[in-house]
Write a protein that binds this ligand. Structure first.
Ligand code: AMP
Ligand code: ZN
Length: 492
């Protein structure tokens, strides 16, 4: 345990709908599985919220001193356009629409996803687990449960949800949204039964298909997460995460498969955690859960093109509790960016006062610093209360009459959880040129120097002219800015 970790870690378990104290399955270790992206398209910023949440969980577990093993899967096969068994395979559909090779599509979107992961400073997991690398294991898993829990139809092998105890208890009441996404398949015994293996239709060759005891075809989407979580983390591991939509169908189905495979009522993970949705309110009309199906969604790249550093989005996410809905507007993003700028300015001022830089002093003895660390620990231990943790961080940053070295060391320690890389992120890092901006920072600095000279020479006409040119290039000149920025680029 790290010296600052005192409060027991309480996490909200969707299975029991209550806060539970984290007790690891293996002493000193934390094993976490997060449902990853389906790589038929780019991830939108709503999806990225799910990984910022999983990253925060991992960082908190590390803060608490656990040795973390985190696995995130990459779904490159099997996810249908409906969450259950109707519709096309998302990957096959994307390949057909673009005329591209399906493997190429998977590679392209996986790389784009990893670039976003990096840009948001999301810690890479111990394992990125690719679904198509595990087909044989999926077939073996399905074969083990086929006799007692499955039945075959023309379209594939189906899991009989009545063969496990308490099917769907994670979802509790299936909402209309969840129910609506369960497709109808002729011959299914229960509406909630789901495909374990989908046979390729007669006379149709798919780009991705494999031989199996149930004919040529591809695995059902839910199978991969059961197989890969069990392979890398064990039959019983600590925490399984995903977006709240997975609470309805995907995770109940994973649980049913785990129970069938392990011949136990245990769900596979002790704690199931779900982040709430990002709601898109960036448009005047049509606010709603950000989703890919509409085709109109915001990518991280779009934010950067408009002049917002990706850490502003990280800040926006941390300002909200992961179980609350979060509204996305450009104003909210700008406010998050400003908050981050203020923090960076505070860190810069603090560093200027340090006798040595950037080494942090290891021993903590100042009572104010000790208290701040304990408060921070209590906040993150209360089901990852990042909004409160951020405030505690800022309060310590503003605290006067305190040992500066200890204060700096404690802030960097907290940053290990917040994830803004405060040792290397400086105010200039946040200066991103929106697309279409012609002036480089060096050009701007040069003109500002000319303007300063003009003002010193009392040549106000020239000074105004320079300012107007800058404004015409979407550079706002910031005379007397409280955050001490000489200029900013207008975000759009
Ligand atoms: P997908 O690529 O669609 O499988 O989704 C990847 C992850 O993003 C899953 O954990 C989803 O539950 C989550 N997710 C999807 N939409 C949103 C949203 N609007 N806000 C937050 N998380 C989401
Ligand atoms: Zn999954």
């Amino acid at each position: 345990m790290s010296d600052a970790a005192q409060t027991p870690l309480n996490l909200y378990n969707s299975l029991t709908r209550s806060l539970e104290t984290f007790e690891p399955v293996h002493a000193g270790e934390a094993r976490v599985y997060s449902c990853g992206p389906t790589v038929y398209n780019y991830q939108h910023i709503g999806n990225m919220r799910a990984y910022i949440f999983a990253d925060t969980l991992g960082r908190v577990l590390r803060w608490k001193g656990y040795e973390l093993t985190h696995v995130i899967n990459i779904t490159d096969v099997g996810h249908l356009t409906s969450d259950a068994d109707a519709g096309d395979d998302k990957m096959e559909k994307a390949a057909a629409q673009s005329g591209k090779d399906i493997w190429e599509i998977a590679r392209h979107y996986t790389d784009a996803f990893w670039a976003d992961i990096d840009a948001l400073n999301i810690t890479a997991p111990a394992k990125w687990s690719i679904a198509t690398d595990h087909i044989e294991e999926m077939i073996a898993f399905a074969a083990k449960i086929a006799d007692r829990h499955c039945y075959e139809l023309e379209s594939g092998l189906y899991f009989d949800s009545a063969t496990v105890p308490d099917y769907g208890s994670l979802a509790r009441a299936v909402t209309e949204d969840g129910e609506g996404r369960i497709g109808t398949v002729d011959g299914k015994r229960h509406q909630s039964d789901f495909a374990i293996w989908r046979k390729s239709p007669e006379g149709e060759q798919r780009q991705m298909e494999w031989d199996s005891p149930w004919g040529k075809g591809a695995p059902g989407w839910h199978l991969e997460c059961s197989v890969m979580s069990m392979k890398y983390l064990g039959e019983k591991f600590d925490i399984h995460t995903g977006g709240i939509d997975h609470r309805e169908i995907h995770h109940p189905n994973e649980i049913a498969q785990n129970q069938a495979h392990n011949c136990t009522a245990h769900s596979g993970a002790n704690i199931w955690m779900h982040n709430n949705f990002l709601i898109d309110r960036s448009k005047d009309i049509g606010a709603g859960k950000m989703s890919k199906s509409s085709g109109d969604f915001l990518r991280l790249e779009k934010l950067v093109e408009r002049g917002y550093h990706s850490y502003a989005y990280r800040m926006l996410c941390l300002q909200a509790h992961y179980r609350s809905e979060l509204e996305f507007t450009w104003d909210n993003l700008l406010a998050a960016l400003t908050r981050l700028k203020r923090i960076l300015m505070g860190m810069q001022n603090l560093r200027a006062r340090l006798p040595e830089w950037p080494e942090a002093k290891p021993t903590i003895g100042d009572a104010k610093v000790v208290q701040a660390l304990a408060d921070f620990d209590a906040a993150i231990s209360a089901d990852l209360n990042t909004p409160k943790a951020l405030t505690i961080f800022e309060q310590l940053l503003d605290t006067k009459k305190v040992d500066v070295e200890e204060k700096y060391g404690a802030l960097l320690k907290m940053d290990k959880v917040l994830g803004f890389r405060l040792t290397e992120t400086i105010r200039e890092t946040l200066r991103i040129r929106p697309m279409g901006t012609l002036l480089s920072p060096a050009d701007i600095e040069e003109r500002l120097a000319e303007r300063t000279q003009a003002r010193a020479d009392k040549d106000f006409a020239k000074s105004d002219e320079i300012r107007d040119t800058l404004v015409g290039n979407r550079v706002e000149v910031m005379d007397g800015d409280p955050l001490q920025w000489d200029w900013i680029l207008e975000t759009s």
